[in-house]
Each structure stands twice: as C-alpha cells, then as structure tokens.
Design a protein around this ligand. Structure first.
Ligand SMILES: [Fe+2]
Ligand SMILES: [Fe+2]
Length: 325
C-alpha cells in the first residue's frame, strides 16, 4: 500500500506578509524571492517561523505545488540564510552558557539534562487530559514525528569516526532496523491513521503555533549546518534522555482514555530511548567532545535549546488547555 505519510505536502496557509510572499514565489517563480524591497518584512515571529519552516521543508520532501529546483535556488537560499541567522541569534541570546569542567563530558551532560525541571505535558496526559486534548497534541507533534529523526541524519557525514558509527547505530534503530513497519515515523503515521487523522505530511501545520514551528526549525537549522554539529548532537542527547519516562506516561494516558492506537509507538520509545540516551550522551556527544574539544560548548548549547524548546511547547499547549504549568 502506498504510504501517504511519505508524500510531499501542499504549501500551508500564510500567516503574514513574509509567509505570503514565500508561498506566492515558491509556487510561481522562486527566483523572485530575494527581490523583496526591504529586509525581512515578517509581521511577527510566527510569520517568520512559518516562512523558514517552508524553506527548510524544501530540503526534505519539498511540496507538491513547488518545483524541486527551488531547493537550491540562490534567492531561496539567501532568504533562508537570513531567517536562520535571526533564529540562531535568538537561540544564542536565550543560552546562559555552561562552564564545562574538561575531562569526560558524559556524566556532566547527563546531569545537565536530568536537572531540567520544565513542565510536563506527558504527566498531564497520563492522568488528566481529555481525548480531544490528546488528539490536538498528536496533530501538533505530527510535524516532527512524521519525519522523525531526519534532521539528525544531516549531521552524520560531518562527524568523526566514533560519533559517526554511534549515530548510525541510533538512526538505524529510529529507521526501523531494516523493517519498514518499525520505522518510528511510520509507527506514528499508523497510529494517526487508526485515530482517524490525516497522515499526509504537514496536514496540520496551519493550526500549529509558533512553538511547534520553531522547534522544528531549530532541528533543521542544527542539522543542515556542519558548523552546528555539536549543537545538533547535544539537542539529540537531550531529546533522547528526556524521552523514555514521558513516553511511558503518554502510553498510560492513551490507555486510560481508551486510545490504544498510538500505544505501540510510545511503548517502543520507553524501551528504545533508554538505550538511545546512553548512545547519544556517551558514544556520540562525549566522543565528539574528545575528538573536537571546541564543540563541547555547542553540545551544551544544543541540549539547553532542546529543553528550552520543549518547555516553551509545554507551556503553550498547557496554557491553551488552561493548566497551570
Ligand atoms: Fe524514535
Ligand atoms: Fe530514540
């Protein structure tokens, strides 16, 4: 059967003048994109984040209504680079810095990530969320999960031997270890389909807030730039370390609500991510810092950014559900 989750999406609805311009030019003539009269005329952060999300998507499966040539169109790359600079500047401004002690980075990074005490959507889903709230969470998360792990794959060729072998092992697992039916993004798509949701990639972008667009842009930014390989792997480590326990909460919440369709996906992550976290922290990040000590600071920057993005996401959705975070 043809898996619609692998099909390219259509361009989303604009959220302001910049994303409107991006939609119009991508659809008709991408080379016109750099001819905007003055700088970046985004209405707000959401408008800019949606524009960047679209430009990033050209490096994944692209859009049904955009020529594949747009991916490497210089005008498109110019605007994408401007938006990426703005985003990275914001992320660096939020980063308080971390005093690394030298020596083995693994324990220090693990402690840094485990000290995070951000609000937990998963705990709320476990005990209190309604079916409608969980469906909304699934729709918002689908922007990442339907192409789960792809942003980290960009980093693979930029790594030294040890971290490369370890990332390949981790990604092999994320991509189903040779079995298409165990591909994590496919497991998520199957769950969505069983819940009656669309599995067409990006089907729910129009309803996603800034926090969802930004967290996806962050992963693409880190993955697409070799310069940011440390941040990309630090982000991955924080993601994996903070996945296993919440996945258990989410699986039990889905069971409580009589929604077994996605339980398999989250149960898979309870087990898999209790191994992935060790691979990511010890065999990827610590080994990377040994091979390339100048990457250590960016590894912590990436980990911090992942936790900060998750906290922003949690506050956005819990506020919407009127739950004190
Ligand atoms: Fe996964
Ligand atoms: Fe994982």
């Amino acid at each position: 059967m043809h898996d619609v989750a692998t099909l390219a999406p259509m361009l989303p609805s604009p959220r302001g003048p910049l994303s409107e311009r991006v939609v119009a030019d991508l659809r008709t003539d991408p080379s016109r994109l750099a001819q905007r009269p003055t700088g970046l005329d985004a209405a707000d952060d959401t408008d800019a984040a949606l524009a960047l999300w679209m430009l990033h998507e050209l490096s994944y499966r692209g859009f049904d209504d955009v020529s594949p040539d747009a991916e490497w169109e210089p005008a498109v790359l110019t605007v994408r680079r401007e938006l990426q600079r703005d985003l990275e500047g914001r992320l660096r401004d939020r980063w308080p810095g971390h005093e690394t002690r030298g020596g083995d980075l693994a324990d220090e990074l693990m402690r840094f990530i485990e000290a995070d005490d951000g609000p937990s959507v998963a705990s709320y889903v476990h005990t209190r969320a309604t079916r409608e709230q969980v469906l909304e969470l699934v729709r918002w998360r689908s922007i990442y999960h339907l192409r789960e792990s792809d942003p980290s794959t960009w980093t693979l060729p930029r790594l030294t031997v040890g971290p490369k072998a370890a990332l390949a092992e981790l990604q092999y697992d994320e991509y189903g270890a040779g079995r298409p039916d165990r591909l994590h993004s496919h497991l998520f798509a199957e769950g969505m389909r069983a819940l009656g949701l669309s599995t067409h990639y990006g089907a729910y972008v129009d309803e996603c807030p800034l926090e969802v667009l930004e967290m996806n842009n962050v992963m693409s930014l880190f993955g697409l730039h070799g310069r940011l390989r440390g941040a990309s792997m630090g982000h991955l480590a924080a993601f994996e370390v903070t996945s296993s326990v919440p996945s258990g909460h989410l699986a039990r919440g889905l069971q409580r609500l009589g929604m077994p369709e996605l339980v398999d996906y989250y149960t898979e992550h309870v087990v898999a991510d209790s191994v992935h976290d060790q691979i990511a922290v010890r065999l990827i990040c610590a080994a990377l810092a040994t091979d390339e000590p100048e990457q250590a600071q960016d590894i912590f920057f990436g980990a911090f950014t992942c936790l900060d993005q998750e906290a922003r996401f949690a506050r956005a959705i819990l506020d919407r559900w009127a739950v004190a975070a």
